[in-house]
Design a protein around this ligand. Structure first.
Ligand code: SF4
Ligand code: MSK
Length: 653
């Protein structure tokens, strides 16, 4: 994709004032950011962008000429279809493995906690523990919570291997869909198994049938969504609490000029939860005071931030593209990281300030950072040590360089499936009724990252805004949630921005029209909710008026999420082109043929206005097929006024 972002106006890079101010400051001070490096990479490799390059063996690297003038096969004979499918398969496996290994870390901590081998962890939601145990067949009668947890951990640990041949939470999937997966041979059998098998299949000379490879890609994704990610979400709820609606604040304005500021960045709540607790320790607060600060302020970034916001209302500093910019405030004493989505460049930016970059996971070290190896056995002690390091760094702060832009925006988080059903009176029926009546036309999960190839957050908020204006409920996770928070879409008062039907429902329940369901592993909440809605209506998931969207995705995890969402029956719109366009056959399958196979497909649409129209048509089509009142969505005016009737309302049959 060609662009000239690096030297352009900051308004073309991001729609957020806090980010614009920090990019301007970085440019004044000669500090390199992600946008400069994207510029330096131009032009990016066209073969790779099309998925047509392969370096899977030492006979290569190879590339296929998309114009048919150069080589049409790699040295081994692999053609464009095989190479594109193999590359996509490996991308899905990388994303799925990332979520699932995060889930494994949570599970191992949960298992250690059940044995009494941890410090700082306990069962925060016993009712959920018992519910999960009952769901997977662990006896609970006459056993104490620790015993139940130990038995549950044993069952879930088996999900990672090959012995069981199925996943514990698979019964959440509507029976019709499970039967479909069985017919297609894509029922996930084990989390590690599917990922390892994908690496095997994509070795030179194994799976040389692109359809076969891509079907396994769906199975690999499913092992993430209904396996690794679901385990991460569910056990995090048991240990740290199941989220319920909570108010918080978002953007760089959440930093405090007079406090020790600590940003938690990454994904795993295992670390952030004990850090938040340590930052409240009176001894450490007193230490901060002794150095002239008025307290200790923990804020979140990216998905660790989402985890903390969802459960504790911890303020959110920003999403993916804010990780360098938060350092440029000069107000951050420490950025504490675990893994995923953490740019190596933060170490270089931090060198321009007093900020300590503290890495904590032995599987994610950063040259130039201070590494404090984290383990759950000594969780509390290590968290105290890290917070102490942050407080000590306050003495080195140059107060003249502190610039905290903007004031924070209020946002509400905490919409777990339990919280949503709780708000509805304990059953999905009121939501089903509202959808059936047409008060709410349908629901869309807007998820995923930021990508510097697009103006930061523009696609997220434009798409979400156009959907809620037209009575489509929006569910958000990950960086999309943070974007919507910054835009003011996630407070109950934002109901005024919604169409009349959605507005009336939100006002009656006191909820925003855009619901924060959590971090990227918490997309498992979205599919759990979809399955509950399908069961309530007595249909398969693909019949529901639902869609997914990843308008600004960048990561391999997003590709894994898209794969399991589509394989679960929810069509997904991508705002960034995936590296598949070198094979028209692969494109035809993913953007067309898949619909006949799993009842859902991928759509690529970078324009949020067009994406919103496409999704609304898709939703109305699903409504029509269900025999529900539907409307013809016509292009009409590009900017429907907030609160107006849906474009095309009244048309159709
Ligand atoms: Fe080339 Fe085939 Fe080796 Fe890939 S697997 S690098 S296409 S020879
Ligand atoms: S943090 S995967 S940039 S959503 Fe989960 Fe954000 Fe995407 Fe990372």
């Amino acid at each position: 994709m060609s662009h000239t972002n690096g030297n352009g106006s900051t308004r073309r890079l991001t729609i957020n004032k806090d980010a614009q101010a920090m990019i301007d400051a970085a440019r004044r001070e000669g500090i390199e950011t992600v946008w400069d490096r994207l510029d330096a990479q131009q032009p990016q490799c066209g073969y790779c962008a099309l998925g047509l390059s392969c370096r899977n063996c030492a006979m290569g690297p190879c590339r296929i000429d998309p114009f048919g003038e150069g080589p049409l096969k790699g040295v081994c004979g692999a053609d464009a279809d095989v190479i594109v499918a193999r590359n996509l398969g490996r991308t899905i496996a990388a994303g799925s493995s990332s979520h699932s290994d995060h889930g494994r870390d949570i599970l191992e901590t949960f298992a250690a906690m059940s044995r009494g081998d941890t410090a700082g962890y306990e069962i925060a939601d016993e009712a959920k523990l018992l519910r999960l145990a009952g769901e997977v067949g662990v006896p609970t009668e006459g056993r104490d919570a620790q015993e139940v947890a130990k038995a549950l951990a044993d069952v879930l640990l088996d999900d990672y291997g090959t012995r069981r041949g199925t996943l514990s939470f698979i019964d959440r999937v509507p029976a019709e869909r499970r039967a479909l997966w069985a017919r297609l041979g894509i029922t996930p059998r084990g989390i590690d198994r599917e990922n390892v098998e994908m690496l095997h299949r994509t070795h030179m000379g194994v799976d040389n049938d692109y359809v076969n490879t891509l079907l396994h890609g769906l199975r690999t994704g499913l092992s993430d969504g209904w396996g690794g990610s679901m385990i991460a979400t569910e056990l995090s709820d048991v240990m740290f609490g199941t989220p319920k609606p909570v108010m918080s604040e978002v953007n760089l304005g959440v930093l405090r000029v007079d406090q020790v500021n600590i940003a938690m960045h990454g994904h795993n709540p295992m670390l952030s939860d004990v850090i938040v607790a340590a930052a409240e320790d009176p001894e450490l607060v007193e230490f901060a005071r002794s150095l002239g600060a008025t307290g200790i302020n923990v804020v979140g970034l990216c998905c660790t931030g989402n985890e903390m916001l969802m459960r504790r209302g911890v303020p959110m500093a920003g999403n993916h593209l804010m990780q360098e910019l938060i350092l440029i405030t000069g107000a951050l004493e420490a950025m504490v990281v675990d893994y995923q989505c953490i740019m190596p460049s933060i170490v270089d930016v931090a060198k321009c300030y007093h900020t300590q970059i503290i890495s904590t996971s032995d599987k994610a070290k950063f040259t130039g950072a201070t590494h404090v190896s984290f383990d759950a056995e000594h969780g509390t002690e290590i968290a105290h040590r890290i917070v102490r390091m942050a407080v000590e760094a306050y003495s080195d702060r140059n107060h003249e360089r502190v610039r905290i832009p903007d004031t924070p925006v209020r946002m509400m988080g905490g919409f777990s499936v339990e919280a949503i059903l709780g708000a509805l009176g304990g059953t999905p029926k009121p939501l089903v009724d509202a959808i059936a009546a047409g008060t709410i036309r349908g629901a869309v999960a807007v998820v995923g990252c930021n990508n510097p190839k697009l103006p930061q957050d523009l696609e997220h908020i434009e798409l979400s805004r156009r959907l809620i204006e037209n009575d489509v409920l929006v569910l958000v996770t990950g960086c999309a949630a943070v974007a919507n928070g910054k835009a003011g879409h996630m407070v109950p008062e934002a109901a005024a921005m919604a169409g009349p039907g959605l507005r009336s429902v939100c006002e009656a329940l006191g909820i925003p029209p855009v619901l924060h369901m959590g971090s990227c592993v918490d997309n498992s909440r979205v599919i759990t909710l979809a399955a509950a809605l399908a069961d309530a209506l007595g249909v398969d998931i693909d019949k529901l008026p639902l869609a997914g969207a990843a308008p600004e995705w960048y990561s391999e995890k997003a590709v894994a999420i898209g794969s399991y969402v589509v394989a679960s029956g929810i069509t997904t719109v991508l705002g960034v082109q995936p590296a598949i366009f070198g094979s028209p056959h692969v494109v035809d399958l993913l953007a067309g043929g898949l619909d006949d196979v799993v009842g859902a497909k991928f759509v690529v649409e970078p324009d949020p206005a067009e994406a919103a129209l496409w999704i609304r048509r898709h939703i109305e089509g699903k409504r029509r097929d269900l025999g529900l009142p539907w409307v013809e969505v016509v292009s009409g005016p590009a900017e429907p006024a907030p609160g107006s009737a849906p474009v095309g309302a009244g048309a159709g049959v």
